[in-house]
Design a protein around this ligand. Structure first.
Ligand code: SF4
Length: 333
């Protein structure tokens, strides 16, 4: 079985407008390892949601994949080119191979249907043939798994549940059709810190016990350190750095990764040591020439303002996009 369950290959995603085209993701190649948690980290507008949406061909209108492809290497050995799936195949691919937990559980659940009705509807739509008893047993089992009082919650409407309970229902929903990958789009936004911690522990348990690969989108790099196995740091539609969490946090190589880490408060650290990154996230219609981070980077050299850095790959598959790490004439040190 291939080590990578998902391969984004030279993906560029455009939003064509009347007078211009916005390129939200620019020539990104990235792998999601089987059974592991990969985090996409970056500020709003960095391209992480657009990139992960391409995995289920769910890019918001009028976005299109302008270049590249997304390959899914299923656990059953089949290779799926997501772009080539027909509509019917795509409907099964979503939820049966790749499911998603959205950031706002409130709006993701149907307010006029009970949890039971929503779960049964999904099972029926995907043609899962089960008796009434089997359906109930399956739904109760996954609600129990996410540590909810299953017998009570299954007949609740969304408004009868707290924010944390709704998010756990959404996680149970994502497990309903036994997917191989779950996309988690800022899954704990709007939840209090204790519930956030609880949800991340639950997700980690699901990853380990069910061997489900996860692709997590977050702007909170502190979450990544304790939750993910791999990290891809996105900025201006590019992946600036990718590697194992251990390596990236130990070495803190890329100036943007360093900036994100330094901008994160720590419970045990001194608040005066927290340093926000100067400047603002880039205007995607007017990116700086050369390196897209050059107008905010404290290490920027002349070459950074002229030429976009190539990607430097290491033997272990990690990579970095910065002139400081390139040899020869490109070396901006
Ligand atoms: Fe900073 Fe230059 Fe590296 Fe970009 S290429 S991150 S501007 S040092």
């Amino acid at each position: 079985m291939k080590e990578n369950i998902v391969e984004f290959k030279n993906i560029s995603i455009d939003y064509p407008m009347k007078k211009y085209t916005l390129r939200a993701v620019n020539n990104v190649s990235l792998n999601v390892k089987r059974g592991k948690i990969t985090a996409l980290v970056g500020e709003s507008g960095s391209g992480k949601t657009t990139l992960s949406s391409s995995l289920i061909r769910c890019i918001s209108e009028p976005g299109i994949i302008a270049e590249g492809e997304v390959i899914f290497n299923s656990n059953d050995g089949s290779l799926i080119n997501v772009e080539k799936l027909k509509e019917k195949e795509l409907r099964s691919f979503r939820w049966e191979k790749v499911s998603m937990v959205f950031q706002a559980a409130q709006s993701a659940l149907n307010p006029v249907l009970t949890v039971r009705q929503q779960f049964y509807e999904t099972l029926d739509e995907h043609g899962i043939k089960l008796t009434k008893e089997e359906k109930e047993a399956k739904c109760l089992k996954i609600l129990d798994f996410v540590k909810l009082d299953s017998k009570r919650v299954i007949d609740c409407y969304p408004h009868e549940l707290s924010g944390g309970m709704k998010q756990r229902v959404m996680i149970a929903f994502s497990l309903l059709l036994d997917p191989e990958v779950i996309i988690l789009d800022e899954p704990t936004t709007a939840l209090d810190v204790i519930t956030q911690h609880y949800i991340f522990n639950l997700l980690k348990e699901i990853n380990k016990t069910m061997n489900i690969s996860m692709l997590l989108m977050t702007h909170d790099i502190s979450v990544v350190a304790s939750f993910a196995d791999y990290i891809a740091v996105m900025y201006g539609g590019r992946v600036m750095e990718y590697g194992s969490v251990e390596e990236v946090f130990k070495n803190k190589l890329h100036p943007y990764t360093k900036g994100l880490i330094n901008a994160t408060p720590s419970i045990i650290g001194n608040i005066d040591d927290v340093r926000p990154i100067d400047g603002r996230p880039p205007n995607m219609l007017d990116l700086p020439k050369g390196c897209v981070f050059s107008d905010r980077c404290p290490f920027a050299k002349d070459i950074c303002k002229e030429k976009e850095p190539e990607t430097l790959y290491k033997e272990d598959g990690s990579f970095i996009k910065c002139h400081l790490f390139l040899g020869g004439e490109d070396n901006g040190k």
